[in-house]
Design a protein around this ligand. Structure first.
Ligand SMILES: *[C@@H]1O[C@H](CO)[C@@H](O)[C@H](O)[C@H]1NC(C)=O
Ligand SMILES: *[C@@H]1O[C@H](CO)[C@@H](O)[C@H](O)[C@H]1NC(C)=O
Ligand SMILES: *[C@@H]1O[C@H](CO)[C@@H](O)[C@H](O)[C@H]1NC(C)=O
Ligand SMILES: [Zn+2]
Length: 553
């Protein structure tokens, strides 16, 4: 990002066209140095007198025509009332549609019954979600994974024969039952909520061509993949007359002649989540998409893209990522004729079906609002931050400033649904930091709490008390959080999600503190100590036999 701007300034001295050519070439081939993500607030005034390229961030320029909010239900699916209020808020922030990834939260029926989680939405709830989108003018688009990331299907004994390879992630593209299953599932989704677009996923398919059926076809893995997409997209278009979207990552390095067969059938959704999107998707890839596909979607993220264990989204980073896509989209549209259909603002709830929950949706609302505003305005100015402030119903003392507060913790004082979860998470994050610090102090710093001290119950009581003086207050803080987790999270999430979150986040703190507490009690129980040398105690039964003890003096 930084280097891009530096180069841009350098460009001012050169002709615009010349500069674009050089810029694109340099841009496309060099790898970028890692830079700290930073939000740059673009003020219109600063950009006023610049060359034409700079004016693309001016108010009133063309933002991507569609802005879809990706509602990923594969983890932390919110209660319907929360979905309803988030839909209204997303629409006010500039969303034009919602891309719903139901995964196992849709109440499938008939032969697909077992696809649904035991705590899936009921059909009544699904209809409420569909109605909520409609009432605020959001077009609802279903995202149904069709080849990879089918863990929720392939993990079940019923569908193991569809697996490609041994793992449960990817299905066989050559098995006719794979596309049959996808069509049956889509049939149920579209019966409840007819749509004009369908997203068939298809990202991260790495296990292609391993099974006998596939091997017999003697095709390269990428061809198996493309042929499968062509087949599914054709079926979907024939059956419902919809536009078909796919994630683009598998197509990035495909030769042009391979992509041509997909051109009339699918619209790639090009995703990249850093503040410098061209690092992952260099402009030459976008230019090649521009020559092949009439319509392409661009995808930044508002959460779920900053480590699978993150608890709060880095809104600053996501706003920069969104702005980068807006700018790259405008530039490629202008200079390469890229047909930008719109933007999909992704919000992963887990990295995959088996992963820990990443950022929960309700406390990620500020990031959703900010990124949607950036996408729908096409710039990031103080006015956008003021509108974020207003939409989140923040009191005057709250300052929304992602460059200084990238996780937007300040907004936990606002009144959007989810603000109290942010407050809760803020306290959790502080406690976790303090517990880790204590653990590190005990494990690596203190001279009186080593495993040797513990094994032999041999330590200085005052030093033990000093080294663990915070233990009681940390345990009290944890007990408070354990009480609060129910009260706060159950307002938003179903009970099993609350249990999962608690087990993933509070239980480890409990185990750490409990074991430190046992240790302390053991060490403090003694009032007299043996003469040295201390008797050998095997630390673990798996350890090799101890060296012979030194002869008694
Ligand atoms: C669902 O799974 C159960 C247990 O594996 C099985 O007995 C049942 O037949 C399955 N239901 C359907 C509709 O396939
Ligand atoms: C740790 O978990 C146990 C068992 O659930 C509970 O009784 C105890 O109060 C917890 N300790 C803290 C400090 O929260
Ligand atoms: C250390 O103290 C604890 C608690 O008093 C006791 O159960 C344990 O046996 C002691 N261990 C040794 C090695 O003395
Ligand atoms: Zn196969």
């Amino acid at each position: 990002m930084l280097s891009f701007f530096r180069r841009r300034r350098l460009c001012l001295g050169m002709g615009v066209v010349m500069c674009m050519v050089v810029g694109m070439v340099v841009w496309g081939v060099r790898s970028f140095p890692r830079v700290t993500p930073a939000v740059f607030v673009v003020t219109p005034r600063r950009f006023q007198p610049r060359v034409q390229e700079e004016l693309t961030t001016q108010p009133g320029t063309e933002a991507p025509p569609e802005r879809l909010w990706h509602l990923d239900l594969k983890g932390g699916a919110p209660k319907v009332a929360i979905v309803e209020s988030l839909m209204a808020l997303a629409a006010r922030a500039g969303a034009t549609g919602v891309l719903v990834e139901w995964e196992d939260m849709f109440p499938y029926t008939g032969p697909l019954t077992n696809l649904s989680a035991h705590n899936a939405y009921s059909m009544v709830e699904v209809k409420r979600i569909v109605a909520a989108a409609e009432s605020v003018g959001l077009q609802l688009i279903h995202l149904m994974q069709s080849l990879g990331h089918l863990e929720y299907v392939l993990k079940l004994p019923q569908w193991t024969e569809l697996r490609e390879g041994e793992g449960p992630s990817e299905a066989c593209p050559s098995n006719p039952h794979t596309s049959l299953l996808i069509m049956q599932a889509l049939e149920q989704l579209l019966a409840v909520a007819p749509a004009t677009h369908v997203h068939i996923g298809a990202d991260e398919v790495y296990t292609l061509g391993k099974c006998q059926l596939c091997k017999a076809r003697e095709l390269p893995p990428l061809q198996l993949y493309v042929d499968y997409l062509v087949m599914v997209a054709k079926k979907v278009k024939e059956r419902w007359g919809v536009r078909v979207l796919v994630w683009d990552d598998m197509l990035r390095h495909a030769p042009i002649h391979t992509l041509r067969s997909l051109a009339p059938l699918v619209e790639p959704v090009v995703w990249a989540y850093g503040p410098d999107v061209t690092k992952l998707v260099p402009p030459y890839i976008l230019r090649s998409y521009a020559t092949i596909f009439p319509r392409v979607w661009l995808a930044p993220a508002f959460k779920g893209a900053n480590g699978p264990r993150a608890i709060m989204p880095d809104a600053g980073r996501h706003a920069a990522n969104t702005l980068a896509w807006v700018e790259v989209g405008q530039r490629l549209k202008q200079y390469s004729g890229l047909g930008v259909a719109g933007m999909v603002i992704t919000g992963w709830s887990r990295y995959d079906h088996f992963a820990v929950l990443c950022e929960l949706l309700p406390p990620s609302t500020p990031s959703l609002v900010l990124t949607l505003l950036v996408a729908s305005r096409g710039f990031l100015t103080p006015a956008v931050l003021r509108d974020t402030h207003a939409l989140l119903e923040c009191p005057p003392h709250v300052i929304v400033q992602p460059s200084r507060d990238p996780l937007l913790w300040s907004t936990r004082d606002c009144s959007f649904p989810g603000a109290n979860v942010a407050t809760f998470l803020h306290r959790y994050a502080r406690l976790r930091r303090d517990v880790r610090q204590l653990r590190r102090q005990v494990d690596e710093v203190s001279g009186w709490l080593t495993p040797y001290n513990v094994r032999h119950n041999f330590s200085s009581p005052s030093r033990v008390r000093e080294g663990t003086s915070e233990l009681e207050s940390l345990m009290a803080a944890l007990r408070d959080l354990e009480d609060e987790v129910e009260a706060v999270l159950t307002q938003y999430l179903n009970p099993s999600t609350v249990t999962e979150w608690r087990e993933q986040h509070l239980t480890p703190l409990n185990l750490t503190l409990t074991s430190l507490s046992h240790m302390t009690h053991g060490l403090l129980a003694r009032t007299t100590w043996p003469r040295r040398p201390l008797e050998w105690h095997p630390p673990f039964h798996t350890m090799p036999p101890p060296p012979p003890p030194p002869p008694p003096a």
